[in-house]
Ligand binder design. Structure first.
Ligand code: GLY
Ligand code: MN
Ligand code: MN
Length: 450
């Protein structure tokens, strides 16, 4: 049966109320849970409910639709799959119409098969319909169909909504600032993610494959109660670490490789997102150590810049300044700092942003700029800070001693009233800490120290 804590129920109820307070009278909001996707024949891909729907309900079944109505009163309606003993025997339990209102603190529940008829009734007297413009066109098409059906009745004295508006403008802005329940969930996701990364570091030994490290990482997530990964785990050794979204995870890890693990666990719908980079042998060689130390310094500079009223761009500029100066010092870039920054020559080796919003989606919703200016941080925002350096064989003008080194260091940061709090603590981070930790904790080290 669906287990949902009182605190969680109160959170979702409050979010529905907050959303409705933003909207004018005679509005109706529609949010869909999404549907299962067929992988082949009668096998589905694992289902993960839509984040907006989860945010407003806490309910995770597919084929469900939330309708919020604001007329002279406010009402919440949920359309769900009907109870069906045979289907439930084959495919799993369903909450059903009878249990849904009390379990989820909603006003009414209806069978999903009656969605068209039910929404057409609820649309009576509604002037504005709010639906996400960033989701599939299908729902927008359905809304259009309902409005067309109502317009046909206008001649007979009926009425139809006059506008369809983008729900994201309100809902996604709400999601940017986390409330206490969300921060607790993100803390837990961060804690589990840290434990998974430690398990991954422990498991590296001679002739291990990337997928075996992935197995240890994800087993720890599951062991600690996380239902799923927040995104596909990256376990990239050697030159694979220079592929930013590498998820094949099929290569054998070699003794002299750095291993880059970018992975996070999900907890109550919220994502952890951590990247660790460590030497397979337990010891960095000198080029690896130099670049690693540089990325770590850039990360620290960016984290220091995270505080209310600063912007992501300030954090990014802080990171690229450190990286660019370091690359100049190592002879990997030429010229002076100002020219190199102006020409963005660091982009050869650091080609992504310094971070992103974090929440129910790993790359969470919310705009980064408002009126073409970078928006300022506010307490309750959660961000990642993840600078990196990637030098591959393709950089043919670079001495080959630097080749096949990919480094990213990523932590999750809560903006507090006075600065930034790192949620993903507990990982060895400096070169010395990593080497000491690996000497102490790595399993089954062979006589070569690997
Ligand atoms: N794991 C995806 C990212 O760090 O952005
Ligand atoms: Mn990230
Ligand atoms: Mn990541």
């Amino acid at each position: 049966m669906l287990k949902i804590s009182l605190e969680q129920l109160e959170f979702h109820q409050k979010k529905r109320q907050q959303l409705m307070a933003f909207l004018p009278d005679n509005s109706l909001v529609i949010v869909s849970s999404g549907e299962e996707l067929i992988r082949n024949r009668d096998v589905e891909f694992p289902f993960r409910v839509d984040s907006d729907f989860m945010y407003l309900t806490g309910f995770e079944e597919p084929d469900s639709v939330l309708v919020l109505v604001k007329k002279s009163t406010e009402e919440s309606h949920l359309f769900v799959r009907a109870k069906d003993p045979e289907q439930e025997t084959w495919q799993g339990r369903r909450l059903g119409v009878l249990a849904a209102p009390d379990t989820l603190r909603l006003d009414c529940a209806h069978e999903i098969d009656g969605l068209d008829e039910g929404v057409l009734t609820l649309l009576e007297g509604v002037e504005s319909v709010y639906v996400s413009f960033s989701h599939s066109l299908e729902l927008l098409g359905t809304v259009h169909g309902w409005i067309q059906a109502l317009k046909e009745k206008v001649r007979k004295g009926g009425d139809a909504p006059k506008q369809v508006c983008d729900l994201d403008v309100y809902l996604h802005e709400m999601r940017v600032i986390k409330s206490e329940f969300e921060v607790q969930s993100l803390r837990k996701a961060a804690t589990i993610s840290v434990q998974g990364h430690l398990a991954a570091m422990k498991s590296v030994q001679s002739s291990v494959f990337e997928f075996q490290v992935q197995a240890e990482l994800e087993a720890e997530f599951l062991r600690l109660g996380s239902p799923r990964v927040a995104f596909n785990s990256i376990v990239a050794s050697g030159k694979n670490a220079c592929i930013l979204h590498y998820t094949e995870n099929r290569s054998e890890i070699k003794k002299d490789d750095l291993v880059l693990v970018d992975a996070g666990a999900e907890w109550q719908g919220y994502a952890g997102d951590i990247t660790t980079t460590f030497p397979a042998s337990g010891r960095f060689n000198s080029e690896q150590a130099l670049l690693y130390t540089l990325v770590l310094a850039a990360q620290q500079a960016a984290i220091d810049a995270i505080k209310p009223n600063e912007t992501y761009d300030v954090a990014h500029q802080a990171a690229i300044k450190v990286l660019t100066q370091g690359l100049l010092d190592l002879g990997l870039l030429q010229g002076d700092l100002d020219t190199a920054l102006k020409e963005e020559s660091y982009k050869r080796f650091f080609m992504h942003g310094t971070g992103h919003w974090l929440g129910m989606d790993v790359h969470d919703v919310g705009v980064y700029k408002q009126n073409q200016s970078w928006r300022v941080f506010k307490a309750g925002m959660v961000v990642t800070v993840e600078p990196g350096l990637y030098i591959s064989e393709e950089h043919q003008d670079v001495d080959e001693k630097w080749h096949n080194i990919g480094i990213r260091i990523e932590d999750d940061i809560l903006v507090t009233p006075s600065g930034g709090e790192v949620l993903t603590t507990g990982l060895p981070r400096t070169v010395e800490e990593i080497e000491t930790w690996m000497r102490q904790y790595r399993q089954n080290v062979n006589s070569e120290g690997f």
